[in-house]
Design a protein around this ligand. Structure first.
Ligand SMILES: [Zn+2]
Ligand SMILES: [Zn+2]
Length: 373
């Protein structure tokens, strides 16, 4: 299977998507849309994508227009963002080899704030109708910087009416944290508290990546307690914890589902939801019947707390993109249709539709000279 997940693969496509043999003209532009050989007819909405990287680690990818044409109406709404970290092409390390992924070179990653302007421009290039399907997110801040909140506010006020939230941003992540120029992000850094306090004040949705453990597992996952402490300190923030804390090499510990169940039942964490994005994570969740059963039961008991996302990065073709969804077929088959609808669409709508009017109101207050809400 072609892997296109941002967190997952070293070889995301860097070119614009291939426009295959035209099927039907897009209603919006009259432009050809890619043909597809599999899946439902165009226009049948399968899911909302709560976790989508339009751009890759070298800030390349399709335009928003090309992406929407590729989906041909089969994706309802999409939380769209770039990647805050730019992979440096360091000639002294890799010569003529131009790395496009963090595992392809030892060169540093650095925070690339211009990504937010690129995403805003992509959003603003769309028609009014298409904009209603896209929820752009701010990612271009350094979560170790006490000024990160300033960046978030500046982006909102530079591009009012555009952004719905922040993220996906990363604190602890396998092989990434140690490559970031400057010192590594940490759950203990007060800059992170400032970011979450700002998000709570403005009403921004937060998509947060933090591995629950290191690659070599500990008896108790090393970040489990700290991440829950962080969540508990910010009850006013709307947080989506990406991948439930798992990663390509951060496999679920024996008790991961039981641990999730424990705190999902605790009202101190009612403001936290989980996304099951990333095909690498799917491979754990539906890896065998016992796991798929356990996850289906967990989601069934907490149906308002899970969102589907692809974690695709700069996808070039529908078949590659939708593979992040069909990989979950064993899970879809196990879920009650009403629960599945919550996971695929309704939780996304509830969370983003609650956030967006708050963000617009905050922008309005600031731009009209108020002190902000
Ligand atoms: Zn991630
Ligand atoms: Zn991601």
């Amino acid at each position: 299977m072609a892997l296109l997940a941002a967190c997952a693969t070293g070889r995301g496509p860097v070119a614009t998507p291939s426009v295959a043999v035209a099927a039907t003209p897009s209603a919006e532009t009259g432009a050809p849309v890619p043909a597809t050989t599999a899946g439902p007819a165009s226009g049948t909405v399968l899911f909302h994508d709560s976790h989508f990287h339009l751009l890759n680690y070298i800030q390349r990818g399709p335009t928003a227009r090309e992406f929407l044409d590729m989906t041909a109406g089969r994706v309802g709404r999409v939380a769209m963002f770039g990647i805050p970290l730019q992979q440096k092409w360091d000639y002294f390390l890799s010569g003529d080899h131009a790395p496009d992924y963090y595992l392809s070179t030892n060169a540093d990653l650095y925070y690339y704030s211009f990504v937010d302007a690129v995403i805003a421009r992509e959003y603003l290039s769309l028609s009014e109708e298409d904009r209603s399907r896209v929820d752009p997110m701010i990612t271009g801040f350094n979560p170790t910087d006490m000024y990160a909140s300033d960046h978030i506010e500046r982006v909102l006020l530079t591009f009012p009416g555009v952004f719905a939230g922040i993220g996906e941003f990363t604190v602890h992540k396998e092989f990434v944290s140690s490559k970031v120029a400057g010192h590594a992000a940490s759950l203990r850094n007060p800059a992170l508290d400032r970011i979450l306090a700002t998000a709570a004040e403005i009403g921004l949705v937060v998509i947060f990546h933090n591995d629950v453990d290191h690659v070599r597992p500990s008896e108790t996952p090393q970040h489990a307690a700290e991440v829950l402490d962080l969540f508990a300190r910010h009850p006013g923030a709307t947080i989506i914890w990406a991948h439930t804390g798992l990663g390509r090499f951060v496999a679920p510990a024996e008790g991961h589902v039981v641990w999730l169940e424990g705190w999902l039942s605790d009202p101190r964490y009612d403001h936290v939801a989980l996304d099951i994005s990333w095909d690498e994570v799917a491979r754990y969740i539906v890896g065998d019947d016992a796991s798929a059963d356990a996850w289906a039961n967990l989601i069934g008991r907490h149906p308002t707390r899970f969102l589907f996302g692809t974690d695709a990065v700069a996808p070039a073709a529908w078949e590659d993109y939708v593979a992040n969804y069909t990989v979950y077929d064993p899970l879809w088959a196990r879920l009650d249709p009403a629960v599945r609808a919550q996971l695929e669409r309704l939780n996304y709508e509830r969370i983003f539709d609650a956030a967006i009017p708050r963000v617009r109101a905050w922008e309005q207050t600031r731009l009209t000279g108020g002190t902000g809400g």
